[in-house]
Ligand binder design. Structure first.
Ligand code: MN
Length: 231
């Protein structure tokens, strides 16, 4: 096969303890999936889960033990962090039941759903798509993927983020409104999941702004840590 120009390199994420990488396909994100975060965004109650996507070339892959770099993006004065547990799909399917979801999961990673909150807010107000607030270049930092069997009790793991050494977000994955299985059930009813899909499962409360020079360190117990500096 030949192309009129070289195709973009395939996005991929390292897998802890393995030479083979995880080829990344789509990035699905769940909105407002922790009660206290829904409240801080002005919402209450358990609404059905909703989704948005980021392009897979928005990933900023940070290898284990390293500090990644993310450029402060243009057009915003309010860049927010959202620490999230990321679910990596290893086996595709549609209309997957929550009870069967685990067999579709390859592993887990720590991710940041970086958000131009001012632009997202403007789009919300106007009823327009969130893309400019959510799906910008370098908006999806991610650490290495830990295979499911080695990840421990992810459903009850602590999830946290510090900025410059100070706590910003600290909660537990068991506070998800829609747990991982339920999220996969809803998502796979709307799209056929494929191996390589990544699901950013939502962020707990405490989202706030970062500026150039800040260092973000976040983690999920049993999955690992993600460290990144805003340049
Ligand atoms: Mn998010």
């Amino acid at each position: 096969m030949s192309y009129v120009f070289n195709p973009a390199p395939a996005a991929s994420v390292p897998v802890v303890g393995r030479a083979e990488r995880f080829p990344a396909r789509r990035i699905y994100c769940v909105g407002r999936n922790y009660v206290e975060h829904a409240k801080e965004m002005g919402f209450t109650g358990r609404e059905p889960p909703f989704f948005f996507l980021k392009p897979n070339d928005a990933l900023v892959v940070v290898p284990a033990g390293e500090t990644g770099t993310m450029a402060y993006p243009p057009l915003t004065k309010d860049l927010h962090h959202e620490i999230e547990l990321v679910v990596a799909i290893g086996k595709g399917g549609k209309n997957i039941k929550a009870a069967d979801a685990k067999q579709h999961i390859f592993g887990y990673a720590v991710g940041l759903d970086m958000t131009r909150r001012d632009l997202q807010g403007e789009m919300k107000k106007q009823g327009r798509p969130w893309c400019i607030g959510k799906a910008f270049d370098q908006s999806a930092p991610i650490g290495p993927i830990v295979e499911a069997a080695k990840a421990g009790d992810v459903e009850n793991a602590e999830i946290w983020l510090q900025v410059n050494g100070k706590d910003r977000q600290r909660s537990n994955v068991n506070k998800l409104i829609w747990n991982i299985g339920e999220t996969i059930e809803h998502l796979s009813a709307a799209w056929e999941l494929q191996p390589g899909d990544l699901i950013y499962s939502g962020t707990p409360e405490g989202v706030a702004a970062v500026v150039a020079g800040d260092t973000l360190v976040g983690g999920v117990t049993g999955v690992g840590e993600l460290r990144i500096r805003i340049a």
